[in-house]
Write a protein that binds this ligand. Structure first.
Ligand code: PLP
Length: 387
């Protein structure tokens, strides 16, 4: 970071890249037409809109016609789950939905709403590393299952799922798979056609793009009901005037994060390795969440053994913040409340251990010195709290 504060919460959000800001600026000032208007001002905005759609589609292995813009990952998850569930039930009568136990709340809460609309909802458990077992999924699928949601990688612990295998299993049962790719976009290669998923959620603000813009991928031929009704924008799939400046910024962010992907991956791996080694060397009672699975390199989630220590993640976060370090106790949405994370619970941690969980996530600006400063800060705090 530029100030002397240390930001280790890039999985919650990222700053907007200066190149992204520069790409957006003309669309707030000189090119401001409504992209649905047929006059020259509208056509200029429309051209930028469609160029951005193409850039994003190419960046995720999709066709431009398969991308519709939403106001972020949450809307894309809501749209996919509800839109697929309603469309599939209308067509086939299938009313059963399966979602993984570690999905983002955007998916879990959407599933709860669907339950109120007469759907039956099941949870797919994960193993101690946060992985879905395909045999377990196979066992849970019924002839009534229409939609399954499994995220590409988890935002709290970073576990990457065997999506291609999961897709095969779901398609063998003539059901549809929604994948939340909010945390993997720009971090690991993302080829939606190759993975074969039916829908996918994307968001710009995790990849140095602006907040409030994202996209829903809908594989060609898959029917998804609209959620937002109004104008005929996004080919009748999402009403509302498109936010061209943010969409242009989203495209610039996708282009740049894909270009830097390999470099940031290697750098994040080195940072994660250093942090893990230092923590393991200093404390015997630290668990590394997701250990044993394939993980996103920029996320390190740790839980302190509740049998050895008596503090919670929230007070640790506040203490870190006082020392100038920003981290997270889980997902950004659950920090601030003392509820234990559903993800940490799903991987089998006991309550006291789950409460003592911290997530550190690195970005383009993170340095090895910042990792050392973090460990030093933890040392000064934990000596005070240690039983
Ligand atoms: N899905 C995952 C996995 C996320 O990490 C987030 C952001 O925290 C979202 C969905 C929601 O995305 P947005 O903030 O763009 O609504």
């Amino acid at each position: 970071m530029t100030s002397n504060r240390i930001y280790l919460d890039y999985a919650a959000t990222t700053p907007v890249d200066p190149d992204v800001v520069a790409a957006m600026l003309p669309f707030f000032s000189s090119t401001w037409g409504n992209s649905s208007s047929i006059h020259a001002a509208g056509r200029a905005s429309k051209a930028a809109l469609e160029q951005s759609r193409l850039t994003i589609a190419e960046g995720v292995g999709a066709d431009p016609l398969e991308i519709i813009f939403t106001n972020g990952g949450t809307e894309a998850d809501n749209h996919a789950l509800k839109g697929l569930a309603f469309a599939v039930r209308k067509k086939t009568g299938r009313f059963h939905i399966l979602v993984s136990a570690i999905e983002h709340h955007a998916v879990l809460k959407s599933a709860e709403v669907l339950r109120e609309h007469g759907f039956s909802v099941g949870l797919i458990p994960v193993d101690a590393a946060g992985r879905i077992r395909v045999e377990e999924l196979e066992r849970l699928l019924t002839p009534e299952t229409g939609v399954v949601a499994v995220m590409h990688a988890n935002n709290e612990i970073g576990t990457i799922q065997p999506i291609a295998e999961i897709v095969r299993c779901v398609h063998d049962h003539q059901a549809f798979l929604h994948m939340d790719a909010v945390q993997t976009l720009g971090k690991i290669p993302l080829d939606l056609h190759a993975l074969g998923v039916d829908t996918a959620a994307l968001s710009a603000h995790k990849i140095y793009g602006p907040k409030g813009i994202g996209a829903l991928y809908i594989r060609k031929g898959v029917e998804v009901d609209a959620l937002i009704h109004g104008g005929a924008q996004e080919r009748n799939r999402r009403g509302g005037t498109e936010n061209v400046p943010l969409i242009v910024g989203f495209a610039a962010a996708v282009r740049k994060s894909n270009a830097l992907r390999e470099h940031t991956h290697v750098a994040a791996k080195a940072l994660g390795k250093r942090l893990r080694a230092k923590l393991a060397e200093r404390w015997k009672f630290v668990f590394f969440n997701g250990d044993g699975a394939e993980l996103l390199p920029h996320i390190v989630s740790i839980s302190f053994d509740g049998k050895a220590v008596s503090f919670d993640g929230e007070s640790m976060l506040m203490n870190l913040d006082l020392r100038g370090i920003a981290a997270s106790s889980g997902s950004a949405c659950s920090s601030g409340s003392l509820k234990i994370s559903h993800v940490i619970k799903a991987i089998g941690r006991d309550e006291a251990t789950a409460r003592a969980t911290l997530r550190f996530s690195f970005g383009r600006g993170t340095t090895l010195e910042e990792i050392d400063a973090l460990v030093a800060a933890l040392e000064s705090m934990i000596d005070v709290h240690e039983k």
